[in-house]
Design a protein around this ligand. Structure first.
Ligand code: ZN
Ligand code: ZN
Length: 244
């Protein structure tokens, strides 16, 4: 892995004193029946522990996956699990971290009622997939705490560029996540959080924008294997069979 490129959040340069928590707030695993994934949540936690991660959030599709045994499994490895989900609202994905129960949100405007409790992020907002928020993000920017910078890119193909410029214009921070579906690209893009390792402290730091994106482009062969073809497949599939 090359030397990570630090992208400052556009709003300010952060005076970090202590060691930052290494975090990924957008993770999937085999236990989610809505995804086709080869690794288990524990496999991912083991890998994250090797990479010295402190904070992980499993964000299954329209589900809250937060079992007790997994929380203690992670804790034994120095990792705090933050409960989260990836909601599908009119076919578009919305990342929600810090929930206590699965929110029932049918419209994007319904996110308003979650804002006090949870952290709301626009995941992969301009990727060429039907689940990207795109114009819905532009129209509802006030509902979102963060815009995601997603791991699936390299120096030639980077669908995060628009997200980064929107973040700059709108003064929204970029939250670095893997949106992990394959272990090969975990750890290239993550977020460093200026917090202590408790859920409350982590959420507070996110709310106060005390975090920073760290990202490294993927090696091309892994990008091809892991992500781009999925994105294009979905794009092509969507063209052939319009959304329900
Ligand atoms: Zn998604
Ligand atoms: Zn996802």
């Amino acid at each position: 892995m090359g030397f990570p490129m630090n992208i400052q959040n556009p709003f300010k340069t952060l005076p970090f004193q202590n060691r930052m928590l290494k975090a990924d707030f957008h993770l999937h695993a085999r236990e989610d029946k809505q995804d086709r994934i080869s690794y288990s949540a524990k496999d991912l936690i083991r890998l994250a522990a090797k990479q010295k991660f402190d904070v992980l959030s499993f964000t299954f599709h329209d589900d809250l996956f937060y079992p007790r045994d997994l929380i203690s499994f992670a804790k034994k490895r120095g990792i705090t699990l933050v409960p989260g989900t990836e909601l599908t609202i009119h076919g578009r994905h919305v990342l929600v971290n810090g929930i206590k129960k699965l929110p029932k949100v049918k419209e994007l405007t319904g996110l308003e009622k979650l804002k006090d409790e949870a952290i709301i992020t626009a995941p992969h907002p301009f990727f060429p997939t039907s689940t990207a928020l795109r114009e819905q993000l532009l129209q509802n920017l006030h509902l979102f705490n963060n815009i995601e910078y997603t791991a699936r890119y390299n120096q030639f193909v980077n669908f995060n560029k628009k997200a980064a410029s929107l973040a700059q214009q709108s003064n929204k921070p970029l939250l670095g996540n893997s949106d992990c579906h394959h272990l090969i690209y975990f750890g290239y893009t993550f977020t460093q959080v200026d917090a202590s390792p408790s859920i409350d402290s982590i959420l507070e730091a996110l709310r106060k924008k005390k975090f920073q994106l760290t990202t490294t482009p993927l090696p091309t062969k892994w990008l091809l294997k892991a992500g781009i073809e999925n994105a294009f497949n979905e794009y092509v599939v969507k063209r052939i069979s319009p959304q329900k």
